[in-house]
Ligand binder design. Structure first.
Ligand SMILES: *Cc1c(COP(=O)(O)O)cnc(C)c1O
Length: 382
């Protein structure tokens, strides 16, 4: 139980409260259908999620990491191949490239979108580059126009890490519909989240999805013929059944995240912090609401003292992580990413954040920067 006075960063319990009847019914249906791995609910969820993203097919898998790993494998990307991804991302993006046996290459990000910088990508290209792996970080898509152009010009595949961007758009097309494959984590706190681990791969190439479906199931085609050495990375029927219920709510929940973001935008307008910017032609779904300030650590401490939970996505850039110390780029510098790592702070953001919550967060931020000006913020929202 959260203390009444604490404002959590996310509130997944509130999703259950809102959908209790439907979710309980989905659990019951799973027991009755008694087909606990993939199952009919798995197929229904794959169809519905593919349609949601505007692609022809999807394959449910066990995690976001598995989605990325199996998509790369299904594209035949492996040893000797380089895959360029953003320096400013979650470690799993790079791990997936390593799991596929390929070499991850980092490129810095744009200051505006915080995502993969097409110019940095151009500088990182080599004859061994096989694919680009843009990440749609924080709920806003990468600059897909220029990245798609680069991919065409250099004959590269694009695999999207859309784990933070369920429903996000770039020029009216949804995340997960740009590349050869779109890879989504369905971890509980994501915009669309399971009640445990889950992930999904989307694609407009049916044969690619068939290969992911084989790889997730030991590399088997028909039972029990093993066509290639695969994995066990399947989606649970129960998760799929629950995800179908939540998928029907996703647009509404994203809209509520956007409302909460607009409230923050107004309430924080006068403070000396950088707010997230929704770029022209993009539809931001605010997986997190990330502010930037040079006083980050002191601000986080001040908010914590007032019962407001914050986080940092992400505090240690990948090229400074011990796990990647052997990679040549561990000795490189990615100035935009480094600056972001020292300045970013995620403040409470979820579809069930109330106006009172966002006002309290804004007021706490205001009191850090202006001490006595707290009342001004209260008046404006009053
Ligand atoms: C959550 C996340 C992942 C990993 O997903 P899991 O389901 O935890 O394996 C990968 N990339 C990004 C950008 C993420 O946010």
């Amino acid at each position: 139980m959260t203390d009444r006075t604490t404002i959590p960063l996310v509130d997944v319990r509130a999703q259950y409260e809102e959908l209790r009847t439907e979710l309980d019914e989905a659990v019951h249906r799973t027991f009755v259908e008694a087909d606990y791995i993939l199952g009919k609910e798995g197929e229904r969820f794959e169809r519905e999620f593919a349609a949601y993203c505007g692609v022809s097919a999807a394959a449910g898998v066990s995690t976001g990491l598995a989605a990325l790993h199996l998509a790369l494998r299904a594209l035949g990307i492996g040893p000797g191949d380089e895959v360029i991804t953003a320096a400013n991302t979650f470690a799993a993006t790079v791990l997936a490239i390593q799991h596929a046996g390929a070499t991850p290459v980092l490129a810095d990000v744009e200051e505006e979108s915080l995502n993969l910088d097409p110019q940095a990508v151009t500088a990182a290209l080599t004859p061994r580059t096989r694919a680009l792996l843009p990440v749609h970080l924080h709920g806003q898509t990468a600059s897909m126009g220029p990245l798609l152009e680069l991919a065409r010009a250099h004959d590269l595949e694009i695999v999207e890490d859309a784990s933070q961007a369920h429903g996000a758009e770039y020029e009216s097309k949804r995340a997960g519909s740009f590349g050869a494959a779109g890879c989504f984590s369905l971890y509980p706190t994501k915009n669309l989240g399971a009640v445990g681990d889950a992930g999904i791969v989307t694609s407009g190439r049916p044969e690619l999805i068939e290969r992911v479906k084989s790889l997730r199931n030991y590399g088997m085609g028909p039972k029990y013929r093993c066509d290639e050495p695969g994995y066990n990375e399947r989606l649970d029927t129960l998760q799929a059944a629950l995800l179908r219920v939540k998928l029907a709510k996703l647009d509404q929940w994203n809209e509520r995240r956007r409302q909460a973001a607009r409230a923050y935008d107004q309430l924080l307008a006068d403070l000396p912090i950088e707010r997230p910017r929704e770029l022209p032609g993009r539809f931001h779904v605010y997986y997190v609401y990330v502010i930037q300030t040079d006083d980050r650590d002191a601000v986080a401490k001040h908010l914590a003292e007032q019962g407001i939970v914050t986080s940092i996505h992400y505090p240690i850039p990948l090229h400074r992580q011990p796990a990647f110390a052997d990679l040549p780029w561990s000795r490189s510098s990615f100035p935009v990413t480094e600056r972001l790592a020292g300045r970013m702070l995620s403040i409470p953001m979820h579809p069930h954040l109330t106006e009172d919550d966002s006002a309290r967060v804004a007021s706490a931020l205001s009191s850090y920067f202006h001490g006595g000006r707290t009342n001004k913020v209260r008046e404006r929202i009053g």
